[in-house]
Design a protein around this ligand. Structure first.
Ligand SMILES: [Zn+2]
Length: 281
């Protein structure tokens, strides 16, 4: 499943390729699950819209759109298209001559002659639009704070006093939006904190270092992704996602890269957690 760094990479790649282009028409597939807005709404918001920006919000890809004659100025968006990739979703930017892949659920034909296609074999992905009415002013929001944007004071405020294990709190999308299992384990390792520790038992200093670790781990993964951006946003896009070298995640029984102690695996809130019992307290 694409994690925050992958979604950020994909959104940046899409932005580079399609910002400034205009959607001329939309084709939608027949499978209902991936479409969270009605075909009519989707066509209404997307067709004739200029793509102002493509960006990540939580683990969603958001296209900010502007229809001619709507909004107060040329840069004010009049609608949004929100895509969640689910488990197997992909966004392809391609030319019309490239064969349409099986499991393609939406195609936006652009004024430049290219197409943006939403492909998702397992159909856990979602595409929705936020319309031109009042809701567009507020726009699409993720449920929690963005882990890359929040300050350490806000991070401490979110986590201190919580009785749940810190690992569960990190995965709670109402607190932070987009931190997945791998990056939670890696961040806890770097901060020297065991995943089972109750959030409430952590000192401000520990929370501050965890905040720094979360941002560092995500930042490094995004930097890695940036160098291989074309692998994700292309016509056949079959390459797997880049991977940060994991220090604990998926390394059960292997020696800790710092101290050599075998990495342990425990299950917290039905998710695997990996940690070093020597380096993490
Ligand atoms: Zn260790």
């Amino acid at each position: 499943m694409p994690e925050l760094p992958e979604v950020e990479t994909i959104a940046r790649g899409l932005h580079k390729q399609v910002a400034g282009d205009t959607i001329q028409s939309i084709w939608l597939g027949e499978k209902p699950e991936p479409l969270k807005s009605s075909p009519r709404e989707i066509a209404k918001v997307l067709e004739q819209s200029k793509i102002l920006e493509v960006r990540r919000v939580g683990k969603h890809i958001v296209f900010d759109l502007k229809q001619p004659g709507r909004g107060r100025n040329s840069q004010e968006r009049s609608g949004q298209c929100v895509v969640h990739l689910g488990m197997t979703g992909k966004m392809q930017v391609t030319t019309p001559d490239v064969e349409v892949a099986k499991h393609t659920h939406a195609i936006a034909r652009l004024a430049s002659g290219r197409e943006v296609r939403f492909v998702d074999p397992r159909r856990f992905g979602r595409l929705a639009v936020v319309g031109a009415r009042a809701s567009a002013a507020a726009g699409f929001h993720a449920s929690g704070d963005d882990p890359l944007e929040l300050q350490s004071t806000r991070f401490i405020e979110l986590f201190r006093g919580r009785k749940t294990p810190i690992k569960s709190a990190l995965l709670n999308q109402k607190l932070l939006s987009g931190v997945g299992n791998i990056y939670a384990d890696e961040s806890l390792f770097r901060a020297g904190i065991r995943p089972r520790r109750r959030a409430a038992s952590l000192t401000r200093e520990q929370l501050r270092s965890l905040h720094a670790a979360v941002q560092a781990v995500l930042g490094e993964a995004i930097a890695l992704g940036g160098s291989s951006i074309n692998d994700y946003v292309n016509a056949d896009g079959e390459e797997g996602f880049f991977q940060l070298e994991h220090r604990v995640y998926g390394r059960e029984g292997e020696p800790c890269l710092v101290c050599g102690t075998p990495i342990k695996r425990v299950v917290i809130a039905s998710r695997s957690s990996h940690y070093c019992s020597h380096c993490q307290k």
